[in-house]
Design a protein around this ligand. Sequence first.
Ligand code: NDP
Length: 452
Amino acid sequence: MAVSDHVDLERFIKGVKKRNPGQPEFVQAVQEVAEDIFEFIADKEEYHEYQILRRIAEPDRVVSFRVCWEDDDGNIRVQRGWRVKNNNAIGPYKGGIRFHPSVTESILKFMAFEQTFKNSLTGLQIDGGKGGANFNPKGKSDHEVMRFCQSFMTELYRHVGDDIDVPAGDIGVGTREIGYMFGQYKRITNRFTGVLTGKGLEYGGSLIRTEATGYGAVYFLEDMLKRRGDSVEGKTVVVSGSGNVATHAVEKIIQLGGKAVTLSDSGGFIHDPDGIDREKLEWVKELKTIRRGRIAEYADEFKRATFHAGQRPWRVACDLAIPCATQNELDGDDATILVKNGCRGVSEGANMPTDLDGVHVFKDAQILYAPGKAANAGGVAVSGLEMSQNSARISWKEEELQLLLREIMQGIHDRCVAYGGTPRSDHIDYVRGANIAGFVKVADAMLAYGVV
Ligand code: NDP
């Protein structure tokens, strides 16, 4: 990077920090992208003149609202809900809804910003948004969750629509919550449209949407390894999280002949040296989606496994790692240990699970490292396909969708390769590749619109 670019980048980040006080996650996400984009646009005057990155890093709109609901004891509870509309240059806003006590405007803004690049990478006509609330579904009864979802949608319905903004699930929002929100949207508007994705199959959902993010993250890993003449088969894989993305990543690893040895939640991680096989995985899925239990119980059920309270799994020796829990769950020290222990590939199932120090460790070590905006795009891609099926009032067969998901993931991989090459080496910088490939499509659409 030339010295003048560096100075510009510093000034740019300083401005982002000043305009977004107290929003470290958002600043982090913008900085990670800007480091690559500044270099790329150094000789592309129109992107500077039209302030493209500056505009992408300023959400079109942030809606914040009160969500009141009544718990089972008759107490009135108040939460805050948001919908961040980052950009709609290449399609309707699209991105999940997160219900978790840690949700803040900064976290939703970082994800909406990342989603713009991710959705662009899929090649589909969708752009970036994200939403959520600081509501904790854990320990709540079904009826409490229903009342919260209905209250949340009673405000959100004004801001979404099948051609406007199409939310989906994320942490704390699965098929149950989407069902409650879709039911309320339909009730208020009297319209049956594809306004949400991740719906149940009976009312417009798409096959393989549930599996798509986890499967896609493993497909991306497979494509990176394939380029090096290698494969997932026989590899030991460390996985974090134990929700939707993590369990389906493990499912695909098993199918491809790999051995996943860890899972985690906010209480700690389990290590199963024998590997998590199909039977154990079904047990975890039941534990997490039906009994809504904790991963610690795995070590009680399967005696060779151990539970490590309050720890993350990155010290377990592995060939490959797939972080699938949450943002900033893997820092510079964790990354250093992974590399030292021989980890050769990392595919991010979660959004921004690696902090900036960790990203630099992986980049410097030149291991195969796929950022979330590329590796976990399979979920939103199948959501895009759900939108298409809803518009056409049809349902595609599972085989067709499996094939489309596989093709889309390969397309994303190839786009990253096209922009992520490094001089005098066969190494691909997938972070740079994803950032630039995602940027170009959105930026060119914005140039076409002029200053709006
Ligand atoms: P789930 O709610 O199904 O599972 C989340 C998992 O992560 C749980 O095991 C949860 O443990 C753990 N977790 C959450 N917060 C923390 C924390 N602060 N520390 C440690 N563990 C934590 O969510 P998903 O699997 O859907 O999402 C996981 C990640 O993947 C998120 O980053 C999400 O943004 C990303 N993603 C999801 C997509 C999807 O299609 N679902 C699409 C693209 C990205 P606990 O139960 O203890 O909270």
